[in-house]
Design a protein around this ligand. Sequence first.
Ligand code: NAD
Ligand code: MG
Length: 402
Amino acid sequence: MSTARLKVAVLGSTGSIGLSTLDVLARHPDRFEVFALTAHSNIARLREQCLAHRPQFAVVVDPVAAAKFSSELQAAGCATRVLVGEAALSEVAAHEQVGAVMAAIVGAAGLRSSLAAARAGKRIMLANKEALVMSGPLFMQAVREGGATLLPVDSEHNAVFQCMSGPGATQAGVTRSDVRRVLLTASGGPFLRTPASALVAVTPEQACKHPRWVMGRKISVDSATLMNKGLELIEACLLFALPPAQVEVVVHPQSIVHSLVEYIDGSMLAQLGNPDMRTPIAHALGWPERIASGVESLDILRAARLDFEAPDATRFPCLRLARAAAEAGGTAPAVLNAANEVAVEAFLQRRLSFLEIPEVIERVLARHPTLPASSLDDVLSADDWARREAQAALTAAAGVCA
Ligand code: NAD
Ligand code: MG
């Protein structure tokens, strides 16, 4: 019964989260219809996905790639309409026929389309944490005013959301006076045991080789610097209306406990599972019901032990920088995010060393007088300013790195 199916737009379908989302969607053809797919540059993969899922729309951001793509689809007998350019991302996200939007574009590039989904009152499954971190209270306001349902896909936030559901059920953004603290777990990344002296020379390949998760390159580097957990700290404060002091980070190398919530009576609830993003994706797709995800049962006897330790603030200064930005509020998180995006890209291009990533971010933050972020323009100009400052800081660091 195709009329009853939920139409889903997958923004960033060619990425790691996009692939996992399509895997879950394909398990439930009776329940979901793939309405739109979008890609930046991986046209070969987008073509494959269009042929397999037959969406009504495919968005390609690059116009040159799009022209050829459209005729290729036609030749293959695929009726998918190809839309071009950044604005088309927001168009499909807010399309009247769309019921749910998977926001899985990486970085600030996903801000406008995620916001468009919020304003249009969609069910937003949010992986694109950078969009929320940048625009903060404005994003939450768009969710409220648009009547959208915001469901966290980031595994930690999805875990917290699951631990906060139940009688007196919570909604993202609504304060819980019965919560004492939230503990976000961090795997610690590939350099958890790497001595400070060896961090100087680590390569992008080493940074992207995550011990537990297979992810896109930007988030892999963020996991290695612990900036990912810093962004997630800001994300948690916004989603669950908590002050930064109530959100703690704990390193848990096995990545089995995806986060914990402690209540005022001393109860601690946790969500456990194999580290596979299809679990939080299926949770967000099916909520408030549970649907199959394809994830194997966690073999708790084989896992046997769960370790927890404090993060090392000396080797991983990004966590401290993110906490300071969370406390400052206003434009500070947007500046932190933009400077990080520039520094990570430079590291991936071998123009910056690993240890210089936090240095660049700190330099940019130190020069930034925090301003109120009352409009999208405030956020975008802070983002733009921070990118230019970070580029200047890169030039200052140039030559240090081979
Ligand atoms: P990825 O690099 O694998 O995929 C990124 C997607 O975004 C691709 O489809 C790409 O085409 C698209 N994209 C990139 N730049 C774009 C642009 N300028 N305009 C339009 N589209 C663009 O990244 P990922 O690992 O899938 O991560 C996606 C988001 O989900 C990130 O915000 C990340 O932090 C978050 N997230 C990822 C994971 C994970 O396990 N991969 C877990 C939690 C959260
Ligand atoms: Mg996460």
